[in-house]
Design a protein around this ligand. Structure first.
Ligand SMILES: Cc1cc2nc3c(=O)[nH]c(=O)nc-3n(C[C@H](O)[C@H](O)[C@H](O)COP(=O)(O)OP(=O)(O)OC[C@H]3O[C@@H](n4cnc5c(N)ncnc54)[C@H](O)[C@@H]3O)c2cc1C
Length: 392
């Protein structure tokens, strides 16, 4: 792979709106990605392996629990710093960002928000350092966009719960130490349970043959009469709103992360277009290529402003789920469009692993599908503005 020459576009001087802390956190993550992710990521993706060697570094830049209070091992940062960290990691690779998103927003967040003090103290510090890696089990083979239909269930057996069912498409599953699993009780109410590797009847087979997020491990979570101690139930929130609350936090991070992937594709295409000579001049001098670049930087700038405003609303606890859906949908669509255009600008070189663009493009096919598909987020906006559900 080519040396990482990334220079972040900031067309509207958005850095001027960031605090010193934001810039410090962002720059530390940016430097770390350049040094530790860029040199190894192409090979990891080609081999379809999550590079475990970077777990310690992810913890050091605050990617595991950026906004979780320091007393539980988190970085105690605000929502904009969280977003900036996700942006920088996804600039490197959406698969690596997925691992960080799951750990922070889908595992640490529910334990912090819905768990007991004992659960927080037992799990959060180890998740923050990466000593424990987590996964989040919501999706099932027959229930993806409609998770409320889940059939994974648990029964009260007096001194423990008995868990049965299966989850699929679960990021981090093959190597997770703990899984936050959503299942129905005997009354059909959804609860979160912390399942630990080693519990009898719990297995995590890996899903192979992915053309997307190849540097992220994906798999199943299978529960066959798993005895889960009663103290592993997350007691402080139940119902579908509990997992959806986690998804809000992760989707917010994705809205920022997608900007990172888009910035990397734009920056690569811009540099290439200035250097690549055809018909006696750089291809950057042709109007058709300039149209692509001009539209890319316009869309990136709009996405940056959307994410920043959403971050302000999140910091004030005012961001709605529908606002988060809009940003996730818009920014991922923006990134995948830019990746496809940038790939064309590199001609044949665009499909080569020498450059990051094709990897970003394929990764974004998962990002536009997980955490609510592109169409589902549109329906959320439609419901929000009309008051009428078009889901069923
Ligand atoms: C790489 C990867 C990692 C993932 N990681 C996780 C994870 O860690 N944890 C987890 O729980 N899940 C995870 N997922 C699952 C992901 O969230 C689901 O794939 C996603 O929610 C879509 O569900 P589905 O694949 O079952 O598609 P379906 O729900 O079957 O949807 C298929 C199509 O139908 C459309 N559709 C569905 N319902 C409607 C409707 N009412 N109106 C109009 N169109 C509709 C959808 O938009 C989509 O285009 C991951 C997925 C991938 C690919």
């Amino acid at each position: 792979m080519k040396p990482d020459l990334f220079q972040a576009p900031d067309y509207y001087n958005i850095d001027d709106l960031l605090t010193e802390e934001h810039l410090m956190v962002r720059n530390a993550a940016r430097d770390w990605v350049k040094k530790e992710v860029s040199p190894i990521i192409e090979e990891a993706a080609q081999k379809a392996e999550f590079p475990k060697s970077i777990i310690g570094g992810l913890a050091e830049i605050g990617a595991f629990g950026p906004y979780i209070p320091a007393e539980y091992g988190g970085a105690g940062l605000d929502q904009i710093s969280y977003g900036l960290i996700m942006q920088e990691i996804e600039r490197g690779d959406s698969g690596v960002r997925s691992t960080a998103s799951v750990q922070s927003s889908l595992v640490m967040y529910p334990i912090w928000k819905y768990g007991t003090e004992e659960q927080r103290k037992k799990y959060l510090p180890k998740l923050a350092t990466g000593e424990f890696m987590g996964s989040f089990g919501l999706t099932e083979p027959d229930h993806g966009s409609n998770p409320g239909g889940m059939t994974t269930n648990f029964k009260d057996k007096g001194d423990h719960y008995l868990l049965n069912g299966a989850k699929m498409w679960i990021s981090n599953s093959p190597f997770c130490d703990v899984a936050v699993v959503w299942a129905k009780n005997e009354e059909g109410r959804i609860h979160g349970l912390i399942v630990e590797r080693g519990m009898e009847g719990f297995s995590t087979p890996e899903t192979h043959n992915k053309w997307s997020l190849r540097a992220s491990a994906t798999g199943e979570l299978i529960f066959q009469d798993v005895k889960v101690p009663k103290e592993n139930l997350l007691p402080n929130k139940s119902g579908l709103g509990a997992p959806l609350g986690c998804l809000d936090s992760a989707r917010y991070g994705i809205a920022w992360g997608a900007i990172g992937a888009a910035m990397d594709c734009y920056d690569t295409a811009l540099r290439y277009a200035k250097e690549r000579i055809q018909f006696g001049k750089p291809i950057a001098g042709f109007q058709l290529q300039q149209k692509k670049l001009a539209e890319m930087i316009t869309e990136i700038t709009k996405a940056q402003l959307l994410a920043l405003r959403l971050g302000q609303l999140k910091n004030e606890n005012k961001a709605t789920s529908a606002q988060i859906s809009m940003a996730k949908r818009n920014n991922v669509d923006m990134a995948i469009t830019i990746a496809r255009e940038a790939r064309q600008m590199l001609g044949g070189m665009g499909i080569s692993g020498e450059y990051s663009i094709m990897r970003h493009m394929m990764n974004l096919e998962s990002v536009i599908t997980y955490e609510g598909t592109h169409d589902i987020h549109l329906l959320i906006t439609g419901l929000d503005v009309t008051g009428i559900s078009a889901f069923k």
